[in-house]
Design a protein around this ligand. Structure first.
Ligand code: ADP
Ligand code: MG
Length: 406
């Protein structure tokens, strides 16, 4: 049994035990969905652009069972939360979408699974219009929370997969990703794009998902990281971010402004050759936000081409260019992320960049397998020298997307 299988079993056991504690019966099944690392393509998703994430071995497991009473209630519990939360299914349409500025009707964590139940019911009601039984959901996870590794998409994906099967709603993976995003946007109030949910739903072993966020067309791109003698080191700074507040929404607004000034539906429609004109038309800050998105889209396309033509060993410079663009143009990095990237590169990493929405969270480094320890030690030492809290350092192998476990 590999280490990741051990973890998976522990998480499954924890979800099952919580379900039994909550309900006094066994669940109908276990479903799980992974977190993700974005290899490249940051903040491009809500600009209708390109991203290249992969699913990681860390997973969120939902132990779920239909309720055999007639009360039509949904109950959610998580090993992360003190108390379960219970509402009537019919109440969901009153709770969500959450009105901006209103007191949240349920604790924030519960808005993820309950938002999924709400969005799934709505998506299915559009399609079929049939009834739903009450349900109990118990959640356990080994995805680091708020680390930019998308514990949010993992909880959404696990809940959506379970409910889709138990409620026989028959949505495909892309539709379930949309359900997750809707929960995150409208029930939690975090204005994030579709990347995380698609990566968590569609991930495949040793491959990244090349996603066109306009058409939602996804291609599986083999990474061959291990084959090339390489590893991907995740460097969690343990600086927490929150996407429902602050910078994330501001960046989104700047992108929308930039697209409006350029007279296009989204920054996807601006190419690198349009940048001089963009610079003439807009203020410096908006221009730099636009330049990040436009060059980042190009870097995703370049990375896919380089992976196919030359393999993983050749993408290091693109990763570094992406980090520099996020640090200087999009301004979503923090000193801890820059320290992780710089220390990894100085210690011999082929490439490194922050990953996820920014303002904290994790960075990744592409390293020789036999240099994982050297690079990890260098990053830990650089954090200590800067007086930062010790980072969490672990390798991530591209792994399978959401599925039923038992
Ligand atoms: P990230 O996706 O990078 O981990 P987010 O802020 O998008 O960070 O999502 C983290 C939030 O998702 C948590 O604060 C919590 O509300 C919710 N969440 C994630 N995993 C779980 C879990 N296992 N149980 C309960 N809530 C969870
Ligand atoms: Mg998230």
């Amino acid at each position: 049994m590999t280490l990741s299988e051990t973890h998976e079993t522990e998480t499954q056991d924890a979800a099952r035990a919580l379900f039994v504690e909550l309900t006094g019966r066994e669940p109908d099944g276990l479903w799980s969905a992974p977190g993700r690392v974005n290899l490249i393509g940051e903040h491009t998703d809500y600009n209708d652009g390109f991203v290249l994430p992969f699913a990681i071995p860390h997973r969120t497991v939902a132990a779920v069972g239909l309720r055999h009473d007639d009360r039509g209630r949904v109950r959610v519990a998580s090993t992360f939360a003190e108390e379960p939360v219970e509402v009537a299914l019919d109440e969901l349409d009153d709770l969500f979408p959450t009105t901006t500025g209103a007191e949240p009707a349920v604790p924030e964590w519960a808005a993820y699974p309950l938002g999924v139940a709400w969005a799934l019911r709505q998506a299915a009601a559009d399609a079929h219009g049939h009834g739903f039984r009450g349900i109990d959901i118990a959640i356990a996870s080994d995805v680091p929370v708020g680390a930019g590794l998308s514990s949010s998409a993992a909880i959404e994906g696990a809940a959506a997969s379970a409910l889709n099967e138990l409620w026989s709603t028959g949505l495909d993976r892309t539709a379930l990703a949309r359900v997750g995003r809707r929960a995150e946007n409208e029930a939690v109030g975090a204005p994030t794009g579709i990347m995380d949910q698609m990566a968590s739903m569609l991930g495949e072993t040793d491959a990244a998902i090349f996603l066109d966020c306009r058409s939602l067309e996804a291609q599986v791109v083999p990474l061959g990281v291990a084959e090339a003698g390489l590893a991907i080191l995740a460097m969690d700074t343990r600086v927490k971010h929150a996407h429902s507040t602050g910078g994330y929404g501001e960046r989104r607004a700047s992108c929308e402004l930039g697209a409006k000034i350029m007279g296009v539906p989204a920054l996807r429609d601006v190419s690198t050759s349009d940048l001089p004109r963009a610079q003439e038309l807009m203020d410096d800050v908006t221009f730099r936000r636009v330049r990040h998105i436009v060059t980042e889209n190009q870097r995703v396309l370049d990375t896919v081409r380089v992976l196919r033509e030359q393999g993983a060993r050749a993408i290091g410079d693109l990763l570094v260019a992406s980090h520099v663009s996020m640090r200087d143009d999009f301004e979503i990095s923090v000193p801890e992320l820059d320290t992780a990237v710089d220390a990894a590169l100085s210690a011999g990493a082929l490439g490194a960049r922050m990953t996820g929405g920014g303002f904290g969270g994790a960075a990744i480094a592409l390293v020789e397998q036999d240099a994982v320890t050297t690079v990890s030690d260098a990053v830990a030492a650089a954090f200590a020298a800067s007086g930062f809290r010790a980072p969490a350092l672990f390798t991530v192998t591209p792994s399978a997307g959401a599925h039923r476990d038992a």
